[in-house]
Design a protein around this ligand. Sequence first.
Ligand SMILES: O=C(O)c1cc(C(=O)O)c2c(n1)C(=O)C(=O)c1cc(C(=O)O)[nH]c1-2
Length: 249
Amino acid sequence: MTAPMSPEAFEQALRAKGQYYHIHHPFHVAMYEGRATREQIQGWVANRFYYQISIPVKDAAIMANCPDRDTRREWIQRIIDHDGEPGSEGGIEAWLRLGEAVGLPRDKVLSGEMVLPGVRFAVDAYVNFARRASWQEAASSSLTELFAPTIHQSRLDTWPQHYPWIDPAGYDYFRKRLKEARRDVEHGLRITLGHYTTWEAQQRMLEILQFKLDVLWSMLDAMSMAYELERPPYHTVTKDAVWHRGIAL
Ligand SMILES: O=C(O)c1cc(C(=O)O)c2c(n1)C(=O)C(=O)c1cc(C(=O)O)[nH]c1-2
Protein backbone atom coordinates (compact mmCIF):
# COMPACT_ATOMS: atom_id res chain seq x y z
CA MET A 1 0.00 0.00 0.00
CA THR A 2 1.35 3.41 -0.97
CA ALA A 3 1.52 5.93 1.87
CA PRO A 4 -0.83 8.92 1.54
CA MET A 5 0.53 12.29 0.49
CA SER A 6 0.87 14.85 3.27
CA PRO A 7 -1.80 17.57 3.12
CA GLU A 8 0.85 19.93 1.68
CA ALA A 9 1.91 17.46 -1.04
CA PHE A 10 -1.74 16.68 -1.83
CA GLU A 11 -2.54 20.38 -2.21
CA GLN A 12 0.48 20.71 -4.49
CA ALA A 13 -0.83 17.82 -6.61
CA LEU A 14 -4.22 19.55 -6.86
CA ARG A 15 -2.62 22.84 -7.84
CA ALA A 16 -0.52 21.08 -10.48
CA LYS A 17 -3.77 20.23 -12.28
CA GLY A 18 -3.92 23.94 -13.16
CA GLN A 19 -1.92 23.07 -16.27
CA TYR A 20 -5.14 21.65 -17.73
CA TYR A 21 -7.37 24.60 -16.82
CA HIS A 22 -9.50 26.07 -19.61
CA ILE A 23 -7.41 29.25 -19.48
CA HIS A 24 -5.19 27.28 -21.93
CA HIS A 25 -8.04 26.45 -24.34
CA PRO A 26 -7.48 28.14 -27.72
CA PHE A 27 -10.95 29.72 -27.57
CA HIS A 28 -10.04 31.31 -24.27
CA VAL A 29 -6.57 32.34 -25.41
CA ALA A 30 -8.12 34.05 -28.44
CA MET A 31 -10.45 35.98 -26.14
CA TYR A 32 -7.75 37.40 -23.89
CA GLU A 33 -5.33 38.00 -26.76
CA GLY A 34 -7.91 40.17 -28.51
CA ARG A 35 -8.50 37.83 -31.47
CA ALA A 36 -12.12 36.96 -30.67
CA THR A 37 -14.90 38.38 -32.83
CA ARG A 38 -18.00 40.00 -31.42
CA GLU A 39 -19.97 36.88 -32.34
CA GLN A 40 -17.49 34.65 -30.50
CA ILE A 41 -17.63 36.77 -27.34
CA GLN A 42 -21.42 36.87 -27.49
CA GLY A 43 -21.51 33.11 -28.04
CA TRP A 44 -19.28 32.53 -25.04
CA VAL A 45 -21.33 34.81 -22.76
CA ALA A 46 -24.65 33.26 -23.82
CA ASN A 47 -23.36 29.71 -23.43
CA ARG A 48 -21.61 30.36 -20.12
CA PHE A 49 -24.92 31.63 -18.78
CA TYR A 50 -26.02 28.01 -18.60
CA TYR A 51 -23.08 27.31 -16.28
CA GLN A 52 -23.97 30.35 -14.19
CA ILE A 53 -27.58 29.29 -13.62
CA SER A 54 -26.58 25.68 -12.96
CA ILE A 55 -24.00 26.45 -10.25
CA PRO A 56 -26.56 27.25 -7.51
CA VAL A 57 -28.56 24.14 -8.48
CA LYS A 58 -25.33 22.16 -8.11
CA ASP A 59 -24.64 23.78 -4.75
CA ALA A 60 -28.18 23.06 -3.55
CA ALA A 61 -27.63 19.38 -4.51
CA ILE A 62 -24.47 19.32 -2.39
CA MET A 63 -26.33 20.80 0.54
CA ALA A 64 -29.20 18.35 0.10
CA ASN A 65 -26.70 15.50 0.54
CA CYS A 66 -24.88 17.07 3.47
CA PRO A 67 -26.00 16.24 7.02
CA ASP A 68 -23.39 18.54 8.56
CA ARG A 69 -24.98 21.78 9.72
CA ASP A 70 -21.71 23.73 9.98
CA THR A 71 -20.82 22.87 6.39
CA ARG A 72 -24.27 23.88 5.16
CA ARG A 73 -24.02 27.20 7.00
CA GLU A 74 -20.90 28.02 5.01
CA TRP A 75 -21.89 26.41 1.73
CA ILE A 76 -25.17 28.32 1.48
CA GLN A 77 -23.21 31.51 0.81
CA ARG A 78 -22.39 30.18 -2.67
CA ILE A 79 -26.07 30.03 -3.56
CA ILE A 80 -26.58 33.56 -2.26
CA ASP A 81 -23.56 34.79 -4.24
CA HIS A 82 -25.19 33.68 -7.48
CA ASP A 83 -28.90 34.06 -6.80
CA GLY A 84 -28.57 37.27 -4.79
CA GLU A 85 -30.49 38.37 -1.73
CA PRO A 86 -32.35 41.50 -0.69
CA GLY A 87 -30.00 44.42 -1.29
CA SER A 88 -27.55 42.45 -3.43
CA GLU A 89 -28.30 41.30 -6.95
CA GLY A 90 -25.97 38.34 -7.22
CA GLY A 91 -23.88 36.74 -9.94
CA ILE A 92 -26.66 35.66 -12.28
CA GLU A 93 -27.90 39.22 -12.55
CA ALA A 94 -24.31 40.43 -13.00
CA TRP A 95 -23.88 37.91 -15.82
CA LEU A 96 -27.06 39.17 -17.52
CA ARG A 97 -25.54 42.65 -17.36
CA LEU A 98 -22.37 41.27 -18.92
CA GLY A 99 -24.65 39.94 -21.67
CA GLU A 100 -26.13 43.40 -22.21
CA ALA A 101 -22.62 44.90 -22.19
CA VAL A 102 -21.63 42.64 -25.09
CA GLY A 103 -24.83 43.45 -26.98
CA LEU A 104 -27.05 40.51 -26.02
CA PRO A 105 -30.62 41.35 -24.98
CA ARG A 106 -31.54 39.84 -21.62
CA ASP A 107 -34.38 37.83 -23.12
CA LYS A 108 -32.08 36.15 -25.58
CA VAL A 109 -29.67 35.07 -22.83
CA LEU A 110 -32.49 34.03 -20.50
CA SER A 111 -34.19 31.94 -23.19
CA GLY A 112 -31.14 29.67 -23.46
CA GLU A 113 -31.67 29.53 -27.22
CA MET A 114 -27.95 29.93 -27.92
CA VAL A 115 -26.86 27.20 -25.49
CA LEU A 116 -25.20 24.51 -27.60
CA PRO A 117 -26.00 20.87 -26.83
CA GLY A 118 -22.36 20.10 -26.04
CA VAL A 119 -22.27 22.89 -23.45
CA ARG A 120 -25.55 21.76 -21.95
CA PHE A 121 -24.36 18.15 -21.68
CA ALA A 122 -21.08 19.15 -20.05
CA VAL A 123 -22.76 21.39 -17.48
CA ASP A 124 -25.47 18.82 -16.78
CA ALA A 125 -22.77 16.21 -16.15
CA TYR A 126 -21.39 18.45 -13.41
CA VAL A 127 -24.79 18.99 -11.78
CA ASN A 128 -25.61 15.28 -11.98
CA PHE A 129 -22.26 14.37 -10.47
CA ALA A 130 -23.06 16.65 -7.53
CA ARG A 131 -26.46 15.01 -7.12
CA ARG A 132 -25.08 11.50 -7.00
CA ALA A 133 -21.67 11.81 -5.34
CA SER A 134 -21.06 12.14 -1.61
CA TRP A 135 -21.19 15.77 -0.51
CA GLN A 136 -17.44 15.74 0.17
CA GLU A 137 -16.64 14.53 -3.35
CA ALA A 138 -19.06 17.01 -4.89
CA ALA A 139 -17.67 19.82 -2.74
CA SER A 140 -14.12 19.01 -3.77
CA SER A 141 -15.07 19.06 -7.46
CA SER A 142 -15.54 22.82 -7.14
CA LEU A 143 -11.77 23.16 -6.69
CA THR A 144 -11.11 24.18 -10.29
CA GLU A 145 -11.86 27.49 -8.60
CA LEU A 146 -8.27 27.33 -7.37
CA PHE A 147 -7.42 28.60 -10.83
CA ALA A 148 -10.39 30.92 -11.36
CA PRO A 149 -9.06 34.21 -9.91
CA THR A 150 -6.27 34.17 -12.54
CA ILE A 151 -8.76 33.70 -15.36
CA HIS A 152 -11.10 36.45 -14.10
CA GLN A 153 -8.11 38.77 -13.71
CA SER A 154 -6.91 37.95 -17.23
CA ARG A 155 -10.25 39.21 -18.57
CA LEU A 156 -10.16 42.36 -16.46
CA ASP A 157 -6.58 43.03 -17.62
CA THR A 158 -7.09 42.49 -21.35
CA TRP A 159 -10.70 42.80 -22.48
CA PRO A 160 -11.13 46.59 -21.99
CA GLN A 161 -8.24 47.38 -24.30
CA HIS A 162 -9.04 44.73 -26.93
CA TYR A 163 -12.80 45.18 -27.02
CA PRO A 164 -13.62 48.89 -26.57
CA TRP A 165 -17.15 48.14 -27.83
CA ILE A 166 -17.93 46.24 -24.59
CA ASP A 167 -19.57 48.45 -21.96
CA PRO A 168 -17.18 48.35 -18.93
CA ALA A 169 -20.20 48.07 -16.61
CA GLY A 170 -20.31 44.45 -17.74
CA TYR A 171 -17.08 43.56 -15.95
CA ASP A 172 -18.55 43.62 -12.45
CA TYR A 173 -19.08 39.87 -12.44
CA PHE A 174 -15.37 39.12 -12.90
CA ARG A 175 -14.39 41.65 -10.25
CA LYS A 176 -16.88 40.20 -7.77
CA ARG A 177 -15.67 36.64 -8.31
CA LEU A 178 -12.04 37.46 -7.45
CA LYS A 179 -12.93 37.66 -3.77
CA GLU A 180 -15.70 35.06 -3.74
CA ALA A 181 -13.60 32.40 -5.50
CA ARG A 182 -10.76 32.81 -2.99
CA ARG A 183 -13.16 32.30 -0.09
CA ASP A 184 -14.78 29.28 -1.81
CA VAL A 185 -11.36 27.72 -2.36
CA GLU A 186 -10.40 28.14 1.27
CA HIS A 187 -13.54 26.23 2.34
CA GLY A 188 -13.28 23.65 -0.45
CA LEU A 189 -9.65 22.93 0.43
CA ARG A 190 -10.46 22.53 4.11
CA ILE A 191 -13.06 19.86 3.26
CA THR A 192 -10.87 18.17 0.66
CA LEU A 193 -7.63 18.00 2.63
CA GLY A 194 -9.50 16.58 5.61
CA HIS A 195 -11.52 14.03 3.64
CA TYR A 196 -9.03 12.30 1.32
CA THR A 197 -6.53 10.73 3.67
CA THR A 198 -5.43 7.56 1.86
CA TRP A 199 -3.34 7.37 -1.30
CA GLU A 200 -6.21 5.70 -3.17
CA ALA A 201 -8.70 8.34 -2.08
CA GLN A 202 -6.30 11.10 -3.07
CA GLN A 203 -5.87 9.56 -6.51
CA ARG A 204 -9.65 9.42 -6.86
CA MET A 205 -9.91 13.09 -5.94
CA LEU A 206 -7.35 13.96 -8.62
CA GLU A 207 -9.56 12.09 -11.10
CA ILE A 208 -12.61 14.03 -9.88
CA LEU A 209 -10.72 17.28 -10.44
CA GLN A 210 -9.79 16.07 -13.92
CA PHE A 211 -13.48 15.34 -14.58
CA LYS A 212 -14.32 18.93 -13.67
CA LEU A 213 -11.49 20.24 -15.88
CA ASP A 214 -12.96 18.12 -18.67
CA VAL A 215 -16.36 19.76 -18.15
CA LEU A 216 -14.88 23.22 -18.59
CA TRP A 217 -12.68 22.22 -21.55
CA SER A 218 -15.56 20.43 -23.31
CA MET A 219 -17.76 23.51 -23.06
CA LEU A 220 -15.15 25.49 -24.99
CA ASP A 221 -14.70 22.67 -27.52
CA ALA A 222 -18.42 22.93 -28.34
CA MET A 223 -18.10 26.71 -28.67
CA SER A 224 -15.05 26.37 -30.93
CA MET A 225 -16.99 24.11 -33.27
CA ALA A 226 -19.89 26.56 -33.48
CA TYR A 227 -18.20 29.96 -33.46
CA GLU A 228 -14.65 29.37 -34.69
CA LEU A 229 -14.88 26.47 -37.16
CA GLU A 230 -18.45 27.52 -37.99
CA ARG A 231 -19.72 24.01 -37.56
CA PRO A 232 -22.65 24.36 -35.18
CA PRO A 233 -24.84 21.28 -34.74
CA TYR A 234 -26.57 20.20 -37.97
CA HIS A 235 -24.60 22.70 -40.05
CA THR A 236 -24.54 20.25 -42.97
CA VAL A 237 -28.32 20.21 -42.98
CA THR A 238 -29.55 23.63 -41.88
CA LYS A 239 -28.43 27.03 -40.64
CA ASP A 240 -31.27 27.02 -38.09
CA ALA A 241 -30.58 26.41 -34.41
CA VAL A 242 -32.80 23.34 -34.25
CA TRP A 243 -31.15 21.76 -31.20
CA HIS A 244 -33.20 21.16 -28.06
CA ARG A 245 -33.59 23.87 -25.42
CA GLY A 246 -33.24 21.55 -22.43
CA ILE A 247 -35.55 18.83 -21.28
CA ALA A 248 -36.81 19.63 -17.82
CA LEU A 249 -36.89 16.46 -15.71
O1 LIG B 1 -14.91 32.13 -15.53
C1 LIG B 1 -14.39 31.04 -15.28
O2 LIG B 1 -13.49 30.57 -15.97
C2 LIG B 1 -14.91 30.30 -14.12
C3 LIG B 1 -14.52 29.02 -13.84
C4 LIG B 1 -15.08 28.35 -12.75
C5 LIG B 1 -14.57 27.00 -12.45
O3 LIG B 1 -13.33 26.84 -12.43
O4 LIG B 1 -15.35 26.08 -12.27
C6 LIG B 1 -16.10 29.00 -12.00
C7 LIG B 1 -16.38 30.33 -12.34
N1 LIG B 1 -15.80 30.95 -13.37
C8 LIG B 1 -17.34 31.10 -11.60
O5 LIG B 1 -17.54 32.29 -11.90
C9 LIG B 1 -18.05 30.50 -10.54
O6 LIG B 1 -18.88 31.14 -9.90
C10 LIG B 1 -17.79 29.14 -10.24
C11 LIG B 1 -18.36 28.27 -9.29
C12 LIG B 1 -17.76 27.06 -9.50
C13 LIG B 1 -18.02 25.77 -8.85
O7 LIG B 1 -17.53 24.75 -9.36
O8 LIG B 1 -18.76 25.75 -7.85
N2 LIG B 1 -16.85 27.17 -10.49
C14 LIG B 1 -16.84 28.42 -10.94
